[in-house]
Ligand binder design. Sequence first.
Ligand code: HEM
Ligand SMILES: *[C@@H]1O[C@H](CO)[C@@H](O)[C@H](O)[C@H]1NC(C)=O
Ligand SMILES: *[C@@H]1O[C@H](CO)[C@@H](O)[C@H](O)[C@H]1NC(C)=O
Length: 321
Amino acid sequence: MASLISFSTLNIFVVFLIIGSTSAQLSTNFYCYSCPNLFDTVKSAVQSAISKEARMGASLLRLFFHDCFVNGCDGSILLDDTSTFTGEKRAAPNFNSVRGFEVVDDIKSAVEKACPGVVSCADVLAVASRDSVVILGGPSWDVKLGRRDARTASQAAANNSIPPPTSNLNALISNFNAHGLSTKDLVALSGSHTIGQARCTNFRARIYNETNNLDRSFARARQSNCPSVSGSGDNNLAPLDLQTPTNFDINYFNNLVNRRGLLHSDQQLYNGGSTDSAVTDYTNNPGSFFSDFASAMIKMGDIKPLTGSNGEIRKNCRRIN
Ligand code: HEM
Ligand SMILES: *[C@@H]1O[C@H](CO)[C@@H](O)[C@H](O)[C@H]1NC(C)=O
Ligand SMILES: *[C@@H]1O[C@H](CO)[C@@H](O)[C@H](O)[C@H]1NC(C)=O
């Protein structure tokens, strides 16, 4: 009798493990038989895009972030607007800002040629992000796969779920917590800003109006290509990491310690608060940044995937089948 009870308790526990975890069906070998050349195919397409324009690695990584934070990693950000459908591309955090959709099309076409109708657009973004980070000198990790593509998108959710660069530390921490990510994940993932560019409109208020925790000569240098008047030069670019914006390294954290974070939200991570020590640790230990970043990317990729018979495998990432 005692062994009968413990047997069924174990069963319930196992069933709970399978149902209770949102990402139980994602696995690193998901396309092992159905698309054995997936990794080589994506890597060479990403490599060729980055050879043409080094910034593209940053743009692909950001697409994955903006996909995952809006109702999960489901390829919803890739859907084009139509006369009867409003997607996420014109949402506030994305409009005039996210880029790389043509490159995603190229990668997806190459993957479709190798294995038609098998690999989701959501998974293409996950693999392309990892490859981008590796090509630019960052860490590698095994990408979990098996996500399916959404047949819907939400502009409202895109407006509300992605943190704005005006956020203070508490807002950043609670936004990430709401996505199942810890404060440590927040700091590690923000290290993505070691690559890529931002537009004047997103850092103007910081370089003109902030006095606390801002290096004055850095602010002056940034002002030279970002006019103070809103509406002029809004799209002028500056590197998020002033030294090495196409190398995935720890200079982003070095800059924060030197009060040279470009975005208000960046500098919030080193502003006398609870995340200062994590920032300092990463400046002293690139290896721990790399390993925390890799773990946090896997966690971010686990946000609410569509699996099983939910969603679909889109043929063209811009439209539902
Ligand atoms: C912590 C909260 C975050 C905020 C407030 C934030 C905000 C921003 C902003 C405002 C830009 C510049 C956009 C523009 O000016 O057009 C940007 C760029 C970028 N973000 Fe973030 N971000 C955050 C976290 C992340 C995360 C978690 C990732 C990746 C995992 C990421 C990856 C990037 C990359 C790579 C770029 C450069 C893109 C390019 O050059 O095309 N960011 N971010
Ligand atoms: C999202 O934000 C954009 C830009 O601010 C705005 O035009 C749009 O109406 C918003 N969409 C929703 C559904 O709230
Ligand atoms: C700086 O702050 C002042 C006063 O709040 C405001 O009028 C001005 O528009 C701000 N300038 C920028 C560039 O944000």
